[in-house]
Design a protein around this ligand. Sequence first.
Ligand code: ADP
Length: 495
Amino acid sequence: MDNDAELTQTNAPVLNPQDEKQAILAAIIASTDDTIISKTLDGIITSWNPAAEKMFGYSASEAIGQHITLIIPPERFDEEAFIIGQVKKGEKVDHFETVRQAKDGSRIPISLTVSPIRNSSGAIIGASKIARDITERQKADEKQAVLSAIVTTSDDAIISKTLEGIVTSWNPSAQRLFGYSEQEALGKHISLIIPPDRLSEEDVIIDNIRRGNKIDHFETIRMRKDGSMIPISVSISPIMSSSGKIIGASKIARDISEQQKIYDQLRVLNAKKDEFIGLASHELKTPLTSINGYLQILAMRMTDDKNKSFLEKTQQQVKKLSSLVEDLLDISKIEAGKLSFATEEFDICEIIEDAVDLISHANNSYHITFQPAVSSCLLTGDAHRIEQVIINLMTNAIRYSPGSDAIEIFLNEESDEIRVGVKDYGVGIAPEKLTNIFSRFYRVNEGNANVSGLGIGLYLCHEIVTRHGGKIWADSVPGEGSTFWFTVPRKAVQD
Ligand code: ADP
């Protein structure tokens, strides 16, 4: 001990063993962090170490000779009588938790140990008290109490377990959720609530916890005491010891059966909606086919009639309606997993040229340019569906570029795929919307209020291209225009 070393190395006069012991004790008392005070049986302070000065704010000269009530709050004066009573009986008062008062009036929570002081003949002549400030410990206790109140009152099941899977805590909600009482669960292996076919999950979880990883919102099934299954969402975190070692895991589990019910209902409703779209478009298709037929007969009979332009307009609108109904039918086929593709070899250059002719014919104010680097480009896939993609992209390019008259089509050949681009100089699309435009029924509203649509064209394009093993995306600058690109492998892989 430093104090020993200092004391034995000084040049002070040689002391007899009794005095030396006394000197060592005095040095310890002077340097300890614990407050050490001694007093007579009448409560008069006889010693007051530097730690006491620090804790209570009185210097030794201010305190020595005063009554100990100097630092006892008035409402606790009774305690002194009790303590002195014990000391007089020769008994020690151990870790007595109380409150004392400093010179500035502040209250200090302390833990007090008081021992009798005896003279050389063994008679009790006073008391020594060691006081320790327990403010920090009390704060920690309060924090602990708050935490345990949260755990007790939480609606979520909160469970902790060792790395071996032994349950070490089990709150009231865990009891409600799983049916086992705290007593029944503590000390048991966590497999108590894991269905047999999911036991391997526990290995994965513990493996992650050992590596210090947290598991967030893991949805799984657990088993109640009565054997029934319960869907839960669980988050699991490692528990660290004060030295930072991982010693276990705490898990918070939430019953998600209500959410699952809602989710199931939504799935049923969604399936019904898809079924309705399928049925409705099928029902619409039949009369449309007849109307189209009659209009064609009418067109053949109506030669040189001044009303022929009305008929042509009607035919155009019927065509639009038919293609909408076709798109809706395709959507319902996709949802039902019934959209099928033909596999044939075709020249995509020809398909693009035909589409350019068709679209130019209907929109003669637009200059649509297509100058492929090659004269033919053979692909395997569904020619009709690929044509549908190209026509869709070109139609959009026209619809969303009201102030411009140019559309450019690109065709690039890569080693194992071809890439087609459709460029317009129209309204463009904001970057944050670019990923959504291929979703079903998604439409960008700003700036497009006068363009009607259902938001299904790009969804269909995406489905067709990805089912061919390709990719579709768009580059766009709002106000400057967009280029839609898609790739198709030369030998399309259709699933
Ligand atoms: P619709 O055109 O019927 O709304 P689409 O699925 O074809 O449905 O397109 C989805 C959305 O993407 C459109 O509503 C539009 O906001 C945007 N969009 C598509 N093509 C273009 C384009 N060439 N320029 C700007 N916006 C476009």
